[in-house]
Design a binder for this molecule. Structure first.
Ligand SMILES: *Cc1c(COP(=O)(O)O)cnc(C)c1O
Length: 402
């Protein structure tokens, strides 16, 4: 089959073929570039050139950490490279239980359970908890995996205005009494870098008897004095019922987790389909994740340095005249306006060895295309300054800043 028919499927595929082809023709396509080597710190080899990495989710610079690499190698020697299937049957290793205890300790909860990706964690957690007749309320800017989980659950799906707790309260007030309600939000928003107003959200959820779930993909290792995340950031203790996060960003592995009460986690171990029907995280990745949580606690300077690097990056870009939106974290949108502007900015940055990537519509609204730049604890202040100079030169060239 060549997918060149005159039907909806073929037209869908053709539309992408055309868009991608057009971008490549104009030297505006920078997605899917393979990284050839990791050069320690925050440098990578791409297309034979060494570039500063400004598109990483590895916020604490833990990729390649000797302790974490060593833990992964030991796990391979002991357990091999795969598991014997799904967690519920023969797939569970002592390593999985150790990792889950470490996460529960890190998040100050009774228990935790892991899945093979963060995406799958959101799908399975939301759809296992919620069903027909229930209500899920999701922030407008929540991650796609949350949206997909809500849709998959079959529950009534409502979206509230971004980080607007009055709108959330209004919508909760419209729901009939006596039904289950779940409120979900990213702790740090993945495209904008702003932080959810958790204190107010907790009050609203309490008032309306709604359960609260937080996705901490971009807040673990980032927020809070010891990097424990959103609750530590606001000085709140155990106000989130369902604490979700990934093992693929700050934690240099792969997988996702949810932490909470013993009953909740035990329920997931027996009722969530991703636990029952999908294979366990492999030994090396499980051991790596476990060690990474320990490194975060043993090396608190990383959390500190990340915060300082983020402040330098945001204030520096602002002083050049860039609009960086509402970010207060390591995710820094550099607003470019049109998609075209964002592509040209990317090309100029990469031609000067700054590895940064654009986010364009439909991932963000039309006219809000941006470089989605990140800093990590692995950057040094002079490197960040150089990257900002490169971005500023490009910004001036196409008239985004003066
Ligand atoms: C990346 C991300 C996920 C998915 O995590 P993976 O481990 O990459 O599957 C979920 N939620 C948010 C907010 C994310 O940014």
């Amino acid at each position: 089959m060549n997918f060149d028919n005159d039907d909806a499927v073929s037209r869908r595929i053709q539309a992408f073929t055309d868009r991608i082809g057009g971008m490549k023709k104009n030297d505006q396509y920078f997605y899917n570039q393979p990284i050839e080597e990791i050069h320690g710190g925050a440098k990578v080899l791409v297309g034979g050139r060494e570039m500063g990495m400004y598109a990483s989710y590895g916020y604490l610079g833990l990729i390649g950490h000797p302790r974490i690499n060593e833990a992964a190698k030991k796990a391979v020697d002991k357990f091999g490279t795969g598991t014997n299937g799904v967690r519920m049957l023969a797939g569970t290793l002592t390593l999985h239980n150790e990792l889950e205890e470490t996460i529960a300790h890190f998040k100050h909860t009774e228990a935790a359970v892991t899945y093979s990706s963060g995406y799958v964690t959101n799908l399975t957690v939301v759809s296992t908890l919620m069903g027909r007749g229930d209500y899920v309320l999701s922030d407008k800017l929540n991650h796609a995996s949350i949206v997909d989980g809500c849709l998959m659950s079959g529950a009534e799906f409502r979206r509230f205005k971004h980080n607007d707790m009055d709108d959330l309260a209004k919508r909760l007030g419209q729901i009939p009494d006596g039904v289950s309600k779940l409120v979900i939000a990213d702790a740090v928003f993945s495209m904008d870098g702003d932080v959810i107003d958790l204190p107010k959200m907790v009050k609203v959820c309490k008032k309306y008897g709604a359960y609260l779930m937080m996705d901490e993909a971009h807040s673990i290792g980032v927020l809070g004095k010891t990097g424990r995340g959103i609750e530590e950031h606001f000085g709140l203790e155990d106000v989130v019922d369902i604490k979700m996060g990934t093992l693929s960003k700050t934690i240099p592995s792969v997988g996702g987790y949810v932490a909470g009460s013993k009953e909740l986690i035990n329920y997931f171990r027996h009722a969530s389909r991703a636990y029952i029907f999908s294979a366990a995280i492999p030994p090396a990745q499980t051991a790596a994740a476990n060690e990474a949580f320990k490194v975060i606690l043993d090396e608190p300077w990383r959390v500190d340095k990340l915060r300082k690097n983020g402040e330098q990056f945001i204030s520096g870009l602002k002083s050049y005249g860039f609009d960086t939106g509402l970010t207060t974290t390591a995710i820094v949108p550099v607003m470019c306006g049109s998609d075209e502007n964002a592509f040209v900015m990317t090309r100029e940055a990469q031609h000067h060895d700054v590895f940064v990537l654009p986010v364009v519509s439909p991932a963000v609204p039309e006219g809000q295309a941006r470089l989605r730049a990140t800093v990590t604890a692995a950057h040094e202040p002079d490197e960040i300054q150089r990257a900002m100079d490169v971005i500023a030169r490009a910004g001036k060239q196409i008239g985004i800043i003066k």
